[in-house]
Design a protein around this ligand. Sequence first.
Ligand SMILES: NC(=O)c1ccc[n+]([C@@H]2O[C@H](COP(=O)([O-])OP(=O)(O)OC[C@H]3O[C@@H](n4cnc5c(N)ncnc54)[C@H](OP(=O)(O)O)[C@@H]3O)[C@@H](O)[C@H]2O)c1
Length: 294
Amino acid sequence: MKVGVIGLGNMGENIALNLVRAGHEVTVYNRTKSKAEACVNAGAKLAQTPGDAAQGDVFLTMLSNDSAVESLVFGGADGIISRQAKQAIHVSMSTISPALSKRINDQSVEKGLSYLSAPVLGRPDVAQRGELIVMAAGKPELIEKCTPIFQAIGKKLHVVGEDPQQANVAKVAANFLISTMIESLGEAFALVTKAGVDRAKFCEMMAFDFFDSPVVQKYGKLIIDRNFDKGVFTVELQAKDTRLAADSARDLLCPMPFLSVLGDTFLSAMARGKGDLDPCAITDIIAENAGVKF
Ligand SMILES: NC(=O)c1ccc[n+]([C@@H]2O[C@H](COP(=O)([O-])OP(=O)(O)OC[C@H]3O[C@@H](n4cnc5c(N)ncnc54)[C@H](OP(=O)(O)O)[C@@H]3O)[C@@H](O)[C@H]2O)c1
């Protein structure tokens, strides 16, 4: 298929490379052109504008946040929505607000254009291995057309609804669970540490024998190793996701008291200069509050 990838950050580059490897005809766009080098060397074509990358069968947007997606999609005559080819399906993979996703879908429908939402679970190393979990929502016939794309970049596709914004709600709810896991592991590690129990041993017991969960294994190890430096996923991104979940919770009248606590925890980490560290860096604050050092 002819596929465009708009946004070649830590996630988008790996996704584009997997699409090239799978034999798709890939066109890439990135605001900072130099970051497209690896994809171009692998065989992708370089588009000069986002609209130029929206001319094939399908194009993916994988950008930082609402404001990046909003500026590229609605950016006047050169905005994606003005230039998108009639046959091209826009697959929005960024973690953005359900409200923005709905707005893009509404305007796409009005213009007779196709839009799907398909945010992903998994960090850049998972994206590199082509093992992302894709949560898609949109018209079933559009999802079916895009399935070869999802197969090239992910290990599992879950269809969560027919309204695109449903996938965005599912994604922020999933990230809320990750945040609670990090906070809970940090608090439990602080408690056992205060009692003189080896927290690495406790972590192993929980991650492999009790929960047997890849998420607990991955985040538990990051916390035990204090491997927080220059995260490929960051406190700032997690704080953004927490805000998106809070907005959805407010819109849907769904009280989430733990979410409010986590919002403050990430804010506190940012105020302490930890914004560009891995979200697991919040456990340093938990340890400090308990008077222990991890
Ligand atoms: N990293 C993860 O572990 C992870 C996992 C799952 C989902 N996500 C989500 O996936 C999305 C991308 O994450 P990432 O880790 O790939 O982020 P990233 O490495 O920071 O890349 C961000 C991308 O957005 C572009 N961008 C930002 N602001 C822009 C603007 N105003 N105009 C045009 N382009 C702009 C950047 O272009 P430049 O290169 O020019 O700056 C870059 O291509 C985010 O929504 C994130 O929440 C991330």
